[in-house]
Ligand binder design. Structure first.
Ligand code: FAD
Length: 424
């Protein structure tokens, strides 16, 4: 047994002992998640002072799978845990950490990411949503798009432009934005999976309290890099480990009986498949001895292990404060994992992979994963953008020319509106 296997087995045993003593299906989800957070199981990879148990990054997946195999409701997941909590822990004040991170760990608050706009996706620093200071609050106007799970979110990680007089990357700020207010309109967008996870978010004179600005005005781009780093390293480890169960007051789970909520957990993670899911599927369909399937499984295993190691390297970089490009490599490796797993599942199922919903195998989770898989090379920054970053920052290749560099962004936008010579 390797050292890693031994430490995983010992962690599983520790979690099982705790569950033997603590799991009570009669508790409400709210009560159960508070107990889980108090014991540090929601984010075991956070330090003890931050509400975790100071374990390695991979401990989170081990803990969650042990909860599931025991039959207990897993700790709350979601984008708050994946991205907002580590961002606030890195850049927030003690008051902000106490107020914003603890509701994420206890599952009281669900977060969405309000970054992309109709004209600013890959070019994220080009956001034009404005936040203007008005006494002890900020007034926000603009539009966000592709905001996953914004419909059920209590807060948003908002990047907005607070100073048009500064160059593009310098006039941005990062807010812990309250979604439950009159100036916010959330409209769902239907995807080819049939679900409406995405949303458009319209912000019309929405209000953000000054206390919810993370860092200083103009610090937004630096803080956004932290959020993206945790997004890329999180998903680089192999997928949506924290997508279920959904937290938050609007998510509707808090008042349920924990034992009932535990039974609803999907048999495999929704939307993205991992190595274990596909092995289980191959066994169930009797093709785990097929040499072609085994070859592809070996490839998927290799990608998955490399992805996990990259995530560990990313965490080590973050701890050293060197935040390098491992996250970008990890993001590309995640695309390979998600696409390879989905294609392999489709190969194993044959024509049955085309059946969705109740007609499909295991409620259509595999067909859903197949149609979702193209998204993996887009979310968290497209693969092309990751390659650009790696080529410029690691390989030292020349940067793309940028004639707007150093100009106040308001001037750049006015230039665009007026149309430059040569613009179509
Ligand atoms: C499943 C999913 C969930 C998402 N969730 C969220 C969310 O919760 N919050 C949020 O804010 N956003 C979210 N997004 C949006 C995502 O971040 C953007 O879609 C992504 O950044 C790309 O931006 P875009 O769609 O505007 O494409 P564009 O930026 O318009 O890019 C179009 C194409 O051009 C390529 N391209 C663009 N610029 C370059 C360049 N300089 N060099 C080479 N190629 C280039 C891109 O790679 C891409 O292939 C999500 C997307 C998906 C698919």
């Amino acid at each position: 047994m390797t050292e890693t296997d031994a430490s995983t087995a010992s962690l599983r045993a520790e979690v099982r002992d705790w569950l033997e003593d603590s799991w009570d299906p009669e508790l409400s989800v709210d009560e159960w998640w508070r107990l889980v957070a108090e014991a540090g199981w929601t984010a075991p990879h956070f330090s003890v002072e931050q509400g975790g148990r100071g374990l390695e990054r991979r401990a989170e997946a081990v803990v969650r799978s042990t909860f599931a195999s025991f039959g207990a409701l897993r700790p709350p997941g979601g984008l708050g845990l994946l991205m907002a909590a580590p961002t606030v822990l890195t850049h927030g004040t003690t008051e902000q950490i106490d107020r914003l991170v603890s509701p994420i760990l206890t599952g009281q608050a669900a977060w969405c990411q309000l970054f992309s706009e109709p004209g600013a996706g890959s070019d994220l620093a080009g956001v034009t949503t404005r936040a203007e200071r008005d006494g002890d609050r900020w007034i926000v106007n603009g539009q966000k798009v592709w905001s996953s799970m914004a419909m059920g979110s209590d807060r948003g990680m908002l990047v907005a432009r607070t100073d048009l007089g500064l160059p593009k990357h310098e006039g941005l700020s990062w807010f812990a934005f309250d979604m439950d207010q009159p100036g916010v309109t959330v409209r769902p967008l239907r995807e080819m999976t049939g679900q409406a996870v995405f949303n458009e978010v319209f912000l019309d004179d929405a209000v953000c309290q000054a206390a919810d600005l993370i860092g200083s005005p103009g610090d937004g781009w630096r803080i956004t890099q932290t959020t993206l780093f945790f997004e890329r390293t999180g998903i680089g480890a192999g997928g949506a480990h924290s997508a279920f169960p959904g937290p938050g007051t609007a998510g509707g789970m808090l008042g349920l009986r924990a034992g009932d909520a535990a039974k609803w957990e999907p048999p495999v993670s929704k939307l993205t498949l991992g190595y274990d899911d596909v092995v289980r599927l191959a066994r169930a369909h009797g093709c785990n001895t097929d040499p072609h399937v085994r070859q592809d499984l070996a490839r998927l295993y290799t990608f998955s292990r490399t992805g996990s190691w990259n995530a560990l390297r990313g965490k080590a970089e973050a701890e050293r404060g060197t935040g390098g490009t491992v996250a970008n490599v990890g993001k590309i490796s995640q695309t390979r994992i998600v696409k390879t797993a989905a294609h392999l599942a489709a190969d194993i199922l044959g024509a049955d992979a085309m059946l969705s919903g109740a007609d499909g195998v295991d409620g259509g989770v595999y067909s859903e994963a197949v149609v979702f898989s193209p998204a993996s090379s887009i979310y968290g920054g497209t693969d092309e953008i990751q390659r650009n970053i790696i080529s410029e920052r690691v390989l030292g290749m020349p940067r793309e020319p940028n004639p707007d560099k150093g100009k106040p962004y308001g001037e750049v936008l006015r230039g665009r509106a007026a149309g430059r010579p040569g613009d179509a």
